[in-house]
Design a protein around this ligand. Structure first.
Ligand code: 13P
Ligand code: G3H
Ligand code: NA
Ligand code: ZN
Length: 312
C-alpha cells in the first residue's frame, strides 16, 4: 500500500519511527521489501538525485513498483531525498513519488523559505508530502561534502516561523548527526536538548533525523579484515539515542551509510574467501539476506514491527 509520508507520520508520531532507506540497486530493494513484509513494518524507500542519475529515474521507480507487487502486504512511501528544483519538479510532474525533500538548508533563512514554499505549492497540488530542512549537517552526502565548520544546528527559535511560512509537512533538523561513516568525530552525540526545544515549539509536528546510520564497528572491522581501509574510529547514532529521540517527535530516520557498509562487507568477504568465483549473483544472494536481517533489526529498534496494521 503506497501512502504519503504525511499519512505515515500521523500514526507514528511519538510512538515509533519509520526508517527511510536510500536505494540504488535491485538487491537493496528486494532486501528492504522482503524484511518489511516479514516484520509487517511501514517504511520509506528513498532515492537521491545521485541515485536517479546513476540508475535512471524510470529504472528505480519501475523496480520499486515491481517490489510493491512482489511484496503486496507492504505499507510504504516513495520519497525523493535531498532534492533540488530540477529533480523535484521533474519528479512531481512525471509522478511516482508520494513525498519529496527540498534541501535548501544551505541558503539563508528567507531563501530557504521561498524555495521550500515553491516546492510545497507544486507538490501539494498533486497530494505529495514535502520534507524541508533547517540547519546544516556535516559530512559526505553522495557528491556533496560539508565540513564541520560550515555545519550548524537548527535554531529552535526559527522552527515555528519556518513551518508556518513554508507549509511543509515534516522538518529535517540538524541536532548533531552528520552524513557518512565518520560522524561525531568530536565525540559528541545527538543534541537531545536542542531536539526537545524544537519539539516543544512544534508539538505534534513530524521531525526527521538525517545521518541516522549506526556505523557498526563490527562491520567496519570485517571490511578492514577483508582488505578494506576504513578509519576504525567511525561511530554513528547509538541505539539509546534513537530510543530517546522517538518520543521527542522524530518520525523518520534516514539510513544510507549502514547499507553501503553492509554491501562492502559482503562483497569484500565473498571475493576474499572465494577467489575463483565471478558470478555477481552469488554475493548478491548473501547481500539480500544480510540486508533483510539488518532491516529486521532496525524495524525492531525503531518500534515499527507489526505497525503496518495501523494503516489497514
Ligand atoms: P547516513 O549517512 O547516516 O546513513 O544518513 C543518511 C541520510 O541522511 C540520507 O539522507
Ligand atoms: O542521502 C543519501 C546518500 O546516499 C547518503 O550518503 O551514506 O554517504 O551519507 P551517505
Ligand atoms: Na529526505
Ligand atoms: Zn540526509
Amino acid at each position: 500500500m503506497l501512502l504519503t509520508t504525511k499519512e505515515l507520520f500521523q500514526k507514528c508520531y511519538g510512538r515509533y519511527a519509520i526508517p527511510a532507506v536510500n536505494v540504488f540497486f535491485m538487491e537493496e530493494i528486494h532486501g528492504l521489501f522482503a524484511a518489511a513484509q516479514k516484520a509487517k513494518a511501514p517504511f520509506i524507500v528513498q532515492t537521491t538525485p545521485f541515485a536517479r542519475d546513476y540508475a535512471h529515474p524510470d529504472m528505480l521507480l519501475s523496480m520499486i513498483g515491481a517490489a510493491a507487487r512482489i511484496y503486496p502486504e507492504t505499507v510504504f512511501a516513495i520519497h525523493m531525498d535531498h532534492g533540488y528544483e530540477a529533480h523535484l519538479f521533474d519528479a512531481i510532474e512525471k509522478g511516482g513519488y508520494t513525498s519529496v525533500m527540498i534541501d535548501a538548508s544551505h541558503d539563508p533563512f528567507d531563501q530557504n523559505v521561498a524555495r521550500t514554499r515553491a516546492v510545497v505549492e507544486k507538490a501539494h497540488a498533486k497530494n505529495i508530502s514535502v520534507e524541508a530542512e533547517l540547519g546544516v549537517l556535516a559530512g559526505v552526502e553522495d557528491d556533496l561534502t560539508v565540513d564541520a565548520a560550515h555545519s550548524f544546528y537548527t535554531n529552535p527559535q526559527e522552527v515555528e516561523d519556518f513551518v508556518n511560512a513554508t507549509g511543509c509537512d515534516s522538518l529535517a533538523i540538524a541536532v548533531g548527526t552528520s552524513h557518512g561513516a565518520y560522524k561525531f568525530s568530536g565525540g559528541q552525540g545527538l543534541r537531545l536538548n536542542i531536539l526537545k526545544e524544537i519539539q516543544q515549539r512544534l508539538p505534534g509536528f513530524p521531525l526527521v533525523l538525517h545521518g541516522g546510520s549506526n556505523v557498526s564497528s563490527e562491520v567496519v572491522q570485517r571490511i578492514n579484515n577483508a582488505g578494506g581501509n576504513l578509519k576504525t574510529d567511525a561511530k554513528g547514532v547509538q541505539e539509546d539515542e534513537i530510543l530517546r529521540a522517538i518520543p521527542l517527535g522524530i518520525c523518520k530516520i534516514n539510513i544510507a551509510t549502514d547499507t553501503r557498509l553492509l554491501w562492502t562487507m559482503v562483497n569484500r568477504e565473498f571475493f576474499r574467501d572465494k577467489p575463483d568465483e565471478f558470478a555477481p549473483t552469488s554475493p548478491g544472494k548473501i547481500f539480500m539476506e544480510e540486508y533483510q536481517q539488518f532491516m529486521l533489526k532496525k524495524f525492531e529498534l525503531f518500534g515499527c514491527v507489526g505497525k503496518a496494521e495501523d494503516f489497514k
